[in-house]
Ligand binder design. Structure first.
Ligand SMILES: Nc1ncnc2c1ncn2[C@@H]1O[C@H](COP(=O)(O)OP(=O)(O)OP(=O)(O)O)[C@@H](O)[C@H]1O
Ligand SMILES: [Mg+2]
Length: 257
């Protein structure tokens, strides 16, 4: 079971969209996937077609049960099955977590502890919030790898150094199994020359860690999430479906090489 955090503290770079479509793409290639919505915005939960205002329990309740031991809730009570992957959903209630866990010892390893009792998945994908906070540390503590989506725009590399520093800190102090699994370019606009330059810079910075597949800007990708569907269910012949499938093939190849 490989656990992967999809992380970039920069907002709107397609973390959530990619988590959903990688989950669906890996499912299409025969893998069993659990997706974890670890962002209080709950966008992944909506993307999976669930009503985030109407959830009995969320991953937040699971974290609290683990930290305070006050309830017997466990993974099986929270996980929701969908046509392509299981999901631990969330909603805005989880924004209280940073405050509530303030003084709890070991507050960074709650998700890791939860996942210790979870079996049967090939991949676990964690959609991280656009911040470097207690939630993100929990995700990194629990993960084997980090995938970093980068939008190919002028300020793409801004914040990358800070992100690398954070990953280094986690690696050295808390989880020395953690490694950078890959970087991929998102919302690539092939009509603009800018992406060529940005991708060149990313390759220079990350070398072999850069996935070859580029995720192009494709309106179908945005539409799919807004309908609570993956790109493969919404527009299987679109460039978006081709690109995310290509990325998933690479992910599995890396695993096997
Ligand atoms: N390939 C694409 N083509 C067109 N639009 C896209 C593509 N990928 C993502 N988007 C759109 O870009 C916006 C940001 O994507 P998304 O919500 O996945 O980013 P995020 O990094 O998760 O954001 P946040 O930091 O707020 O969590 C969304 O409106 C999404 O539909
Ligand atoms: Mg998001």
């Amino acid at each position: 079971m490989k656990i992967i955090s999809i992380l970039n503290q920069k907002g709107g770079v397609a973390k959530t969209t990619s988590t959903q479509n990688i989950a669906a793409g890996l499912h299409g290639l025969g893998k069993k996937v659990l997706a974890i919505d670890f962002d209080p915005q709950g966008n992944l939960t909506s993307g999976f077609g669930l009503d985030k205002r109407n959830l009995d329990y969320t991953v937040y309740d699971l974290l609290k049960a683990k930290s305070f031991g006050t309830s017997k809730l466990n993974f099986g009570d929270i996980v929701v099955e969908t046509s392509f992957a299981d999901i631990l959903p969330t909603n805005i209630k989880m924004s209280k977590v940073n405050l509530e866990l303030g003084g709890v010892p070991g507050k960074e390893s709650l998700l890791k502890e939860i996942l210790k009792d979870v079996y049967g998945y090939d991949y676990v994908l964690i959609d991280c919030p656009p911040s470097l906070d207690t939630l993100t540390f929990n995700a990194l503590m629990a993960s084997h790898e980090v995938y970093i989506p980068v939008q190919t725009e002028f300020y793409a590399l801004e914040g990358i150094v800070e992100l690398m520093d954070t990953i280094d800190i986690v690696t050295h102090r808390m989880n020395d199994d953690l490694r950078i699994g890959g970087i991929f370019a998102t919302m690539v606009d092939s009509r603009s020359k800018l992406h060529v330059e940005v991708i060149g810079q990313l390759k220079e910075f990350f070398g072999e860690n850069m996935f070859k597949t580029l995720i192009r800007r494709n309106i179908k990708v945005a539409e799919a999430s807004s309908h609570g569907l993956s790109i493969f269910d919404y527009a299987p012949r679109s460039n978006g479906a081709k690109d995310y499938k290509g990325l998933c093939v690479e992910i599995i190849e890396r695993e096997e090489s």
